[in-house]
Ligand binder design. Structure first.
Ligand SMILES: [Zn+2]
Length: 279
């Protein structure tokens, strides 16, 4: 009987054990607006901030320098005034795999000159497209630069493809295909819930513990529509929201990254089926 109770308690303990996730937004201030007018862009940006306020969640956003036009400065200032952190995502959103190291580093500096003036700026860096270089030399060269420049690379453990759903949603809107909108939204939600569970269980299987996750979203229109539902789902499933700084303290993110390739790198790549044997 005692054993049974103990097992039951263990079960309850496990199910109540909270998962953790830090939310990050790429391509600030506005990611792929499509045909949306500046007014709508401002409105949806502010709605994302409103939803985050409602849930009392602080996030980190990665700025693309060239995305800032005069009226978008206000958006960045508003983002910072709510206490959200900003980091560097290069000036031109360069793909390192197609760019020389010299040009890539210049682009990082160019963005830094902009974000440096923002009050919540931290020396966080995220690679555009998550591309870390297609050769060991290129990868190591940029790593060394970032290390010397005291940047912290902010990796991703949950990758959502939200940019694809956003693109499809905006295209359907532009064509007046209103009947498609709800199905694109539902597919996006299903996808994000599935990948969250998938990457969490994958990490648990290999690490034998919960790891704090880092979720990649973009500052785009579809997230202004669905962020509240997404956050509610996480909350209902015992996920706790944490800042990036806390996630980065976990040794999971200190592992040497041996991945070299043409695709984006998210931190669970080495654990994906078929990749484990290459470790
Ligand atoms: Zn990006």
């Amino acid at each position: 009987m005692k054993t049974k109770i103990f097992i039951l308690l263990l079960g309850v303990g496990f199910s109540l054990c909270s998962h953790q996730v830090a939310i990050t937004f790429d391509d600030l201030p506005i990611a792929y607006p499509g045909h949306l007018s500046p007014e709508v862009q401002v409105k949806y940006f502010n709605h994302i901030l409103y939803v985050l306020d409602q849930h009392e969640i602080g996030v980190t956003g990665f700025v693309v320098g060239m995305n800032i036009y005069p009226y978008k400065w206000n958006l960045l200032n508003e983002f910072c005034s709510r206490g959200h952190v900003v980091g560097n995502h290069t000036y031109s959103h360069l793909n390192l795999n197609d760019t020389s190291c010299t040009a890539f580093i210049e682009d990082i500096f160019r963005c830094e000159e902009i974000v440096d003036s923002l009050p919540t700026w931290q020396r966080y860096f995220r690679y555009p497209y998550l591309h870390r270089g297609d050769t060991p030399e290129k990868k190591d060269s940029i790593y060394r630069f970032l290390y010397k420049a005291k940047y912290h690379i902010v990796p991703v453990s949950i990758y959502t493809d939200d940019w694809i759903y956003n693109r499809d949603y905006l295209r359907a809107m532009e064509r007046g295909e209103d009947s498609l909108l709800d199905s694109i939204g539902s597919a996006y939600l299903d996808h994000i819930f599935q990948v969250s569970n998938y990457f969490d269980s994958l990490a648990y299987r290999y690490e034998h513990r919960q790891i704090p996750h880092i979720l990649l979203l973009h500052m785009n229109f579809i997230n202004s529509l669905y962020l509240d539902t997404i956050i509610n789902w996480y909350e209902q499933n015992n996920w706790e929201f944490i800042p990036v700084s806390r996630a980065l303290q976990d040794s999971f993110y200190w592992k040497e990254n041996t991945f070299i390739g043409g695709t984006g790198y998210y931190h669970l790549v080495p654990l994906l089926p078929g990749e484990a044997s290459k470790r």
